[in-house]
Design a protein around this ligand. Structure first.
Ligand SMILES: [Cu+2]
Length: 579
């Protein structure tokens, strides 16, 4: 069983066991003897079963089990001792078992709230708040349902609740070390990069675009979705003038996967001010990296990209030979793009399909009709890619794969999630059952270029209640904090930096570091054995642990975030900064 499935299973069991205790308590209070005993036995079995799931999670990593061991286990043990005793010798009047069963339910609820609202890392303050809640709810039930506890027991329970509440509140409200501000610095000045050899102008504005026969309100560059494809040859100096006609919430251009100088990175309030309606901003950088990239607004990016402010950037090492097609996939107002197109290709002609996922979630791509090689991922060529056939690839949000093949005499089709988007003719192949390529064991391996790391960081991805803003929100968190309260990662120029990224949530987080490509070292403790993978976007699935590393060679303040952009907007965004 995968760690992700274990996380989900453990949560489901905890919810059912807690519900069982609470319902058993209510049934007892209503003198429904058989129902109460049946529910309580199920709850007891569920509570005991968690010994298995929590142990397995702890073996997968402390991150996955911390609060379950520190909070849920002791509460469960007390609950089993108190309520289990009643089950061994059920009282003649079942109503007298109500409070012990409800107590077990409150203990389960307290532990669940810690997992769901607080997560990782567990703190003594939160554990005490859970204890306070359990004690308070038990005292209230006791007084309502009887038999009334003795005055001494009652006072002791109230004292526990009050002490835990006061200490817990004090500990959780303790002032946190304030992260270095990202807003109170001067934007770095542009580095001279030489005379532009390629000039583009992109004008952002609201537009109505026609997709699949429907008129859709969009935000578009030059009135089209996707925006114009920008192409260059390695060595070009690109100058891109961004104009904002009428996007009230501002626009920038972020060069996704392109390791531009910091001041060209297009992150509002970090590397530049967002471009307001009527204003413009000129980006200039040297096209040193060949490959498939894309650009998109980073101003209210979760809305802006979804509405259509994106396009493809392709930098080629030399003039194209053969067929070279870009396929940017996007979902615009519920309509999947691009619309299918057919382009006959003569047999023997080399074809390169540049697949770009501009959506917030993973897409599954399948090439039917020809064996292919994955020539590049995230703009970086793979080493020794071998031909594969009848195999799908999964591309994370923001990621790019270049597939190459030689056109056969028979038709070929590229399918995205089962839908044909590009083909050379009629193909009817079911691709849904194909296995998925694992890039970590694809191609020819090469030793990791570094034997030591100057800095190591761990990012534990989770969800939690964020009370620091004006309104409480259920945030996507990193190490228990949400933007803008996640401390920045501070590195020195030239450092070799290692990141461990742990996903203890129940959803996929496509991770994206700006300004650098990270080398994949390992997933779930298993080292990558295939071609070196230099990625800027990679899916961290529930329960996964990824180890990646990079050389800190591009000074500045860089966004480091989940590229499921609503997640980033809901807190999952931090910064990498140079000392
Ligand atoms: Cu995410």
């Amino acid at each position: 069983m995968s760690t992700g499935s274990l996380l989900a299973a453990d949560l489901a069991i905890a919810v059912l066991a807690t519900a069982g205790w609470l319902a058993g308590g209510v049934a007892s209070a209503a003198r429904r003897r058989r129902l109460a005993l049946g529910l309580a036995v199920l709850a007891l079995l569920g509570t005991l079963a968690r010994a298995v799931t929590i142990t397995a999670l702890a073996r997968a990593g402390w991150w996955f089990a911390a609060e379950k061991i520190v909070v849920a286990t002791p509460l469960s043990l007390v609950a089993v001792a108190v309520a289990g005793a009643r089950l061994l010798r059920p009282p003649a009047d079942i109503r007298s078992a109500a409070v012990p069963l409800l107590f077990a339910g409150y203990a389960g609820s307290g532990a669940l709230l810690v997992t769901v609202l607080h997560g990782y890392p567990v703190s003594p303050g939160v554990a005490l708040l859970a204890v306070a809640g359990v004690a308070a709810a038990t005292v209230v039930s006791w007084r309502l349902l009887g038999p009334r506890p003795s005055r001494a027991v009652s006072r002791a329970a109230v004292a526990v609740a009050v002490a835990a509440l006061v200490t817990g509140t004090g500990l959780t409200a303790a002032p946190q070390a304030s992260p270095a501000g990202t807003h109170d610095h001067e934007y770095r000045q542009a580095q001279p990069v030489g005379e532009p050899t390629k000039r583009f102008t992109l004008t952002a504005g609201t537009a109505t675009v026609r997709v699949s026969g429907r008129d859709v309100a969009a935000w578009a560059f030059d009135g089209q979705v996707p925006g114009p494809e920008l192409t260059a040859t390695v060595g070009d100096v690109l100058e891109v003038t961004l104009r904002n006609r009428d996007i009230e919430r501002g626009v920038t251009l972020h060069w996704h996967g392109y390791d531009v100088p910091n001041d060209q990175d297009g992150v509002p309030d970090v590397t530049q001010a967002a471009v307001s309606p009527g204003q413009e901003f000129v980006y200039r950088f040297r096209a040193d990296q060949a490959g498939t990239y894309w650009y998109h607004t980073h101003s209210v990016s979760d809305v802006g990209v979804r509405m259509g402010l994106y396009g493809v950037l392709v930098v080629r090492p030399a003039p194209v030979t053969g067929v070279d097609v870009t396929v940017p996939v996007h979902t615009l107002a519920g309509v999947p793009l691009p619309v299918a197109r057919t382009e006959p290709v003569e047999a023997g002609v080399p074809v390169r399909l540049r697949l770009v996922n501009t959506d917030n979630t993973t897409h599954r791509y399948a090439l039917a009709g020809a064996p292919f090689r994955v020539a590049a991922i995230d703009g970086s060529d793979l080493r020794g890619p071998t031909p594969v056939a009848e195999t799908a690839v999964l591309i994370p949000a923001g990621g790019r794969y270049d597939l190459v093949f030689t056109a056969p005499a028979t038709p070929v089709a590229l399918l995205v999630d089962g839908r044909s988007v590009w083909s050379t003719g009629e193909v009817s192949t079911a691709t849904g059952s194909w296995p998925v390529l694992d890039p970590l064991s694809y191609g020819t391996g090469s030793p990791v270029p570094w034997s030591r790391f100057d800095r190591e960081f761990t990012l534990v991805l989770d969800r939690g209640l964020d009370l620091r803003g004006l309104l409480p929100r259920y945030a996507h968190t990193v190490n228990g904090a949400a933007a803008p309260d996640i401390p920045p990662q501070v590195v020195g120029l030239g450092d070799i930096v290692k990141f461990t990224i742990v996903n203890r949530s129940l959803v996929v987080h496509p991770w994206h570091l700006h300004g650098h490509h990270v080398l994949v070292l390992a997933r779930d403790g298993t080292p990558a054995t295939g071609s070196p993978l230099w990625w800027d976007s990679f899916d961290v699935r529930p329960g996964e642990v990824w180890e990646v590393a990079f050389r800190a060679d591009n000074p500045g303040m860089w966004a480091n975030h989940c590229h499921n952009l609503p997640h980033a907007d809901a807190g999952m965004m931090l910064h990498l900064m140079y000392r």
